[in-house]
Design a protein around this ligand. Structure first.
Ligand code: SF4
Length: 261
């Protein structure tokens, strides 16, 4: 299906279902996806099977320059963002200067739009690195992916490129001491001739047990929104997401806010 890549470092602002008026920052190459997962639903398509060119990521200096130019324009137009969001063509924490980029961004936010939040959408695969964790602790919303409660379903949906260990991921997510948002995409369908469904009672119960262990301040649940690289995937409708959210709210501590978008 028609997936797409962001062709710029700074994109938007766009109206985001989950985040409001969001100015996007893409730290990944503009000509190819680069991710430690290869989710069957990824709007950027698949990772290249073979990379003809070495992926080129923008330097921290270039990101700072482009972001400052865009924020200056938005100030002049009196159209400030609600949030500056790190997303784009893959996993933002793969950028080798991620921590510097986050520090620069917070300084620019403080100067040009102090009411805006800084958010990072991450797939949680890089949090064994102290510098990544320290950077993620600096932002307002570190939104970490966990698409299921069993390794089997996460492998089926997210297709980790390298090693993946669910119990280790949970332990690493506990390093945020609850100061994080968990994001979970619910979907069902058939991929490579096998049923993939993280909405069954069994899978939802396993996921709830992980949520309890991670103890985030918020959980965002949502479903497919754009074209996906795999065919035969089915969007979970809002009513069903609300049912999953209600079921989870009864089973997790009250301080964990569960939202549907
Ligand atoms: S983690 Fe995000 S960028 Fe990476 S494959 Fe999944 S949806 Fe795409």
């Amino acid at each position: 299906m028609a997936t797409f890549l962001f062709d710029k470092i700074i994109f938007g602002p766009i109206k985001s279902r989950r985040l409001g008026i969001s100015l996007g920052v893409n730290l990944l190459p503009v000509d190819q996806k680069l991710c430690s997962f290869d989710c069957v639903y990824c709007e950027c398509g698949w990772n290249p099977k073979q990379r003809k060119e070495k992926p080129v990521m923008p330097t921290a200096e270039l990101v700072k320059e482009k972001l400052e130019m865009q924020l200056q324009k938005m100030v002049a137009d009196n159209e400030l963002p609600d949030v500056i969001t790190f997303a784009g063509n893959g996993e933002p924490t793969l950028h080798p200067q991620f921590e510097s980029v986050i520090k620069d961004t917070i300084a620019l936010r403080d100067r040009y739009c102090p009411k805006a939040k800084v958010a990072v959408l991450s797939n949680s695969t890089r949090i064994e690195h102290d510098d990544v964790v320290e950077a993620l602790k600096l932002v307002d919303d570190n939104i970490m992916k966990l698409d299921g409660g069993t390794e089997e379903i996460i492998r089926a949906i997210d297709q980790p490129v390298g090693k993946f260990d669910l119990s280790k991921t949970i332990k690493l997510l506990q390093r945020f001491n609850g100061e994080m948002i968990l994001q979970t995409l619910f979907m069902r369908g058939v991929y490579n001739g096998t049923s993939v469904d993280n909405t069954t009672t069994e899978e939802v119960n396993a996921w709830i047990e992980c949520v309890k262990q991670i103890n985030p301040r918020q959980v965002m649940i949502y479903s497919l929104d754009r074209d996906t690289p795999a065919d035969n995937l089915i969007k979970v409708q809002k009513e069903e997401l609300e049912t999953i959210a209600s079921y989870a709210r009864e089973r997790v501590p009250d301080h964990i806010l569960i939202t549907v978008s």
